[in-house]
Design a protein around this ligand. Structure first.
Ligand code: GLU
Length: 307
């Protein structure tokens, strides 16, 4: 549990049972939290607390080349400063590598996954979507990237905010990568295994991951795991199609003045503002006022200049 978690602020918190709501925030430690990541953190937090559920934090640190030293600790410190106190211990994906590998080994053994040595250039020549040729190869490769044998091709799922989401059938049917050629575990594999491992009942995150959810639905089904619900929040964008991100140097949110950022994030999510106060008091008020139907049903919102 986060050190300052204060259960008295949520007096109606029920005894959690198997069916209780479990949500999560799953940042990658590639830089400090910015306004865009605050939206995902706050949105997932409000939804979980309004459902009287748990809110977990998972650090997605399986891509060392993209990791920034100190970012994990800074992210957690920022969540604390914003009163976004989580339940249980933080799960670091870097502690889960043995489980990811064990799952890959069993998928390979059951012929549900296969090695692929095709280059980016070869895939471009296939029209950009991998055509599954290494699955048919004899003898099979015994090294390279690992692809899931995608027998389901799920191309439609329900989003709790946006409704029915359809993705390109060719994208849905692709045998996508679950372990990269450089030996790193793919986001799609790790996220699905961990959402299942942590018993997540609903994934609330930015709409940049909307199409990923179709692939994740495929993996949940292939792995025989319970599929969570999905709810994708509008993305904060500097320009159409350009989300605020660590890559385009979105400024870190201010650790010392969280009240203004909390109210800006609430406004972005269509929620009423809170009286500036101690952050825990503000969030308790935000939880009690939370109304899902007020979140704009949009995949992106362009921020006014200087916001
Ligand atoms: N770690 C991912 C990110 O920071 C989010 C993953 C998720 O919420 O599924 O973009």
């Amino acid at each position: 549990m986060s050190p300052q978690a204060d259960p008295t602020l949520f007096p109606n918190h029920p005894k959690l049972d198997d069916k209780a709501y479990i949500g999560r925030f799953a940042p990658s430690p590639s830089g400090p939290l910015h306004f865009g990541s605050l939206i995902a953190a706050l949105g997932s937090y409000l939804r979980a607390r309004a459902e009287q559920g748990q809110w977990l934090v998972r650090i997605e640190d399986i891509d060392p080349p993209r990791e920034v030293a100190g970012a994990s600790d800074l992210i957690l410190k920022t969540l604390e400063a914003y009163g976004l106190h989580w339940d249980g211990a933080v799960l670091y994906q870097s502690s889960r590598l043995d489980d990811y590998q064990a799952r890959l080994n069993s998928l390979l053994a059951e012929d549900m996954a296969y090695y692929c040595q095709c280059t980016r250039k070869q895939i471009q020549a296939m029209g950009g979507t991998y055509d599954g040729r290494c699955a048919k190869r004899t003898p099979k490769h015994d090294s390279g990237a690992i692809r899931i044998r995608n027998t389901l091709a799920i191309d439609c799922f329900n989003d709790e905010l946006l409704g029915a989401i359809e993705v390109e059938p060719a994208f849905a049917a692709e045998d996508f990568i679950i372990k990269r050629r450089d030996g790193l575990y793919a986001y799609q594999l790790a996220v699905v295994m961990d959402d299942a491992f942590q018993g997540i009942t609903e994934v609330v995150r930015g709409a940049d991951l909307l199409t990923s959810s179709a692939r994740q639905a495929t993996l949940f089904c292939l792995f025989g795991e319970h599929t969570p619900k999905w709810l994708h929040l509008p993305l904060a964008c500097a320009q159409p199609g350009m989300k605020l991100s660590k890559q385009n140097h979105a400024p870190a949110i201010d650790l010392k003045a969280p009240q203004a950022s909390i109210n800006a994030a609430l406004a972005f999510l269509g929620q009423p503002p809170c009286e500036p106060d101690r952050v825990e008091i503000m969030l308790a008020q935000a939880v009690s006022q939370f109304d899902l139907s007020r979140i704009p049903r949009q995949q992106e919102i362009i921020l006014p200049p200087g916001a």
